[in-house]
Design a protein around this ligand. Structure first.
Ligand code: ADP
Length: 580
């Protein structure tokens, strides 16, 4: 109908009137045609009503047509998407020329075109790319986030990277990803490579940094150590004599040791003694060098360095990692020496890495670490280069190869303090200048030193009394003998220093709360003793037999059973070392 109308109303047609300006157009739009009709009818013509209705219904049908069109378009798009073949994912290997890419897709390599719409900055070597059916690169996806991690064997001069694989597998040479170009890489660095083993993608954070090698300048003096006279004089003899009397040693063709082993229960001052030895020896050597001692190829010693590491921290689950750490440790010590410091390597819990096969719970550790350690040690010329101190509470487990003459052939015992030594240790911490209870001083005739001595005596009595309250353990020896161990039998320098620390905290609290200068009182110390030995805190759990053995002064193999006096009652005996 509208067509018909349109024909009728063509320009200059019979229905053309001056009133409808739009009539001059050749429109076929039904709404406009209706408008033209309406305009051509006289006012109040009843046909107008019909045309209004027609206009309304035409408008409605146009709107629903529009909606149908939109839905159809959407469905067509979905159908196109779902029926299109998937794009393959590959890896970009190289960009040999403008608009060209060398790619690997599913193991096969292609020389492909690159869609010019892909931004050049996104085209990174090693990145994942999307290719269409024609294998043209149409999109980049960034680096794959997964992939194996390998340890670098060598960075070749042309930038390529060589990786030696374990267990007899072939070694590999890989190229660097765009982000690795120019990055300084060294043997041992860990790199993540793309899953197709073609490109090294990224360098992983150096895990070695997490291992704790404490490198400090030793400042501990012999005076800061309470008791331990025997151990101290043995060490001084072991390290000072060869330096002070080098000629006498030479006359006797005596092989100088490279260090010593300190053994004994935990917390009794092995580390402290090592640090004091480092401070004192470096001072001695620097003095003897300044006084025109032997001329050396290395710079003169002007200070000390104390490289402290715990054996178990060297043990690493990564194959070859522990060896590298030991090598690094010695390298670090040599570097310190070149800087003019006398380096001491202190290895705590040394049995964990230098143990006999029986000692090392993980296989193969001792078989590779011990010979390596020995050869590093043999590379050290004298005590003026590097000094090694091993600390252990299981010296029986250390491989005898480590303890041969010329290596670590001095074993020095650092025992638990007896009454006298414990008093010496307390005196190191309870010094005369600390604020002290005036009443206590008055009781001792105004003599502060005597007052402190009485405090110390009080603590010693409290700890060493053979009372039921002080009972800690019962052990059964191989000989069949049963022995009860009291607090005094398991006390250590660490426990004594911690008792004083606790007492000081109480006194400080009291002074702050009351605002009065009260100072330490005897009660602070006796409370601190009780708190320190409080059930469960200093003793290992009942089932940790190995830990128990570390605490005892008896040879571990002689102990067959242990039980503790928790809550005053004796617990069931734990049997250990039954079958040896
Ligand atoms: P170890 O190396 O034998 O496990 P440490 O030397 O680390 O023991 O001692 C731990 C802490 O205990 C020291 O820092 C020190 O505060 C205290 N301590 C241990 N033995 C003594 C001692 N003989 N004299 C003074 N303080 C000691």
């Amino acid at each position: 109908m509208s067509d018909h109308r349109a024909d009728d109303k063509g320009p200059g047609g019979p229905a053309d009137t001056g009133a409808g300006k739009r009539a001059s157009s050749t429109t076929t739009d039904p709404l406009e045609l209706i408008e033209q009709c309406l305009a051509s009818f006289p006012e109040n013509d009843p046909r107008q009503q019909i045309l209004y209705k027609l206009r309304h219904s035409v408008m409605l049908s146009a709107a629903s047509q529009q909606q149908r069109d939109a839905e159809f378009k959407k469905i067509s798009e979905v159908v196109a998407k779902l029926t299109a073949p998937a794009n393959r994912i590959g890896t970009l290997l190289d960009l040999p020329g403008e608009g060209l890419a060398r790619i690997v897709v599913g193991g096969a390599e292609y020389y492909a075109n690159v869609d010019p719409r892909v931004a050049a900055a996104d085209l990174k070597i090693g990145a994942q790319i999307l290719v269409n059916e024609a294998y043209a690169v149409i999109k980049t996806l960034g680096y794959d986030l997964n992939g194996p991690v390998l340890k670098l064997t060598e960075a070749l001069p042309d930038g390529r990277l060589r990786f030696e694989q374990e267990m007899g597998r072939q070694s590999m040479i890989l190229q660097r990803s765009s982000d690795l170009v120019g990055v300084e890489l060294k043997a041992g660095d860990e790199l993540r490579i793309d899953p197709g083993h073609r490109i090294a993608i990224e360098k992983l954070e150096d895990r070695k940094a997490k291992t704790h090698v404490l490198d400090e300048v030793p400042t501990v003096t012999w005076e800061q150590i309470g008791g331990q006279q025997e151990a101290i004089s043995a060490i001084r003899k072991a390290i000072e004599y060869p330096l002070l009397h080098a000629e006498t040693f030479e006359q006797f063709k005596f092989t100088q040791p490279k260090g010593f082993l300190l053994y004994g229960p935990p917390g009794c001052g092995k580390t402290l003694i090592g640090q004091a030895a480092a401070a004192s020896l470096s001072k001695l050597v620097s003095e003897s060098m300044a006084a025109g001692g032997k001329t050396e190829t290395l710079p003169a010693i002007t200070g000390g360095a104390f490289l402290h590491i715990k054996g178990p921290e060297i043990l690493n689950m990564w194959l070859g990692e522990s060896e590298r750490m030991v090598r690094d440790l010695f390298a670090k010590a040599r570097a310190r020496r070149r800087e003019g410091a006398l380096p001491f390597i202190f290895i705590d819990e040394a049995e964990s890495i230098l143990g006999t096969r029986r000692a090392s719970r993980s296989f193969n550790i001792s078989s590779t670490l011990v010979p390596m350690f020995c050869s590093e040690m043999d590379g050290i010329e004298s005590l003026r280069d590097v000094v090694i101190i091993l600390a252990s509470n299981r010296p029986d487990l250390i491989d005898p190869a480590v303890l041969r003459p010329g290596r670590i052939d001095r074993k020095i015992k650092v025992s638990r303090p007896n009454r006298e030594s414990a008093a010496e240790i307390l005196k190191v911490y309870l010094t005369n200048e600390l604020p002290l209870d005036q009443a206590l001083i008055a009781e001792r005739g105004g003599d502060k030193t005597k007052a402190f001595a009485s405090l110390v005596d009080g603590v010693i009595d409290q700890i060493y009394k053979r009372t039921d309250e002080n009972r800690l353990l019962s052990i059964r020896l191989r000989s069949g003998q049963n022995k009860v161990l009291y607090r005094g039998d398991l006390v250590s320098g660490a426990i004594l220093s911690s008792i004083v620390q606790r007492a000081k905290e109480t006194a400080i609290d009291r002074m702050i709360q009351s605002g009065q200068s009260v100072g330490l009182i005897a009660q602070d110390l006796s409370d601190a003793v009780l708190a320190e030995f409080r059930e469960g805190e200093m003793l290992p759990p009942d089932d940790a037999a190995e830990e128990w053995l570390k605490l005892l002064d008896h040879h571990p193999e002689q102990v067959v059973g242990v039980s503790s006096f928790r809550r005053g009652r004796q617990t069931e005996e734990r049997l250990i070392n039954q079958i040896i």
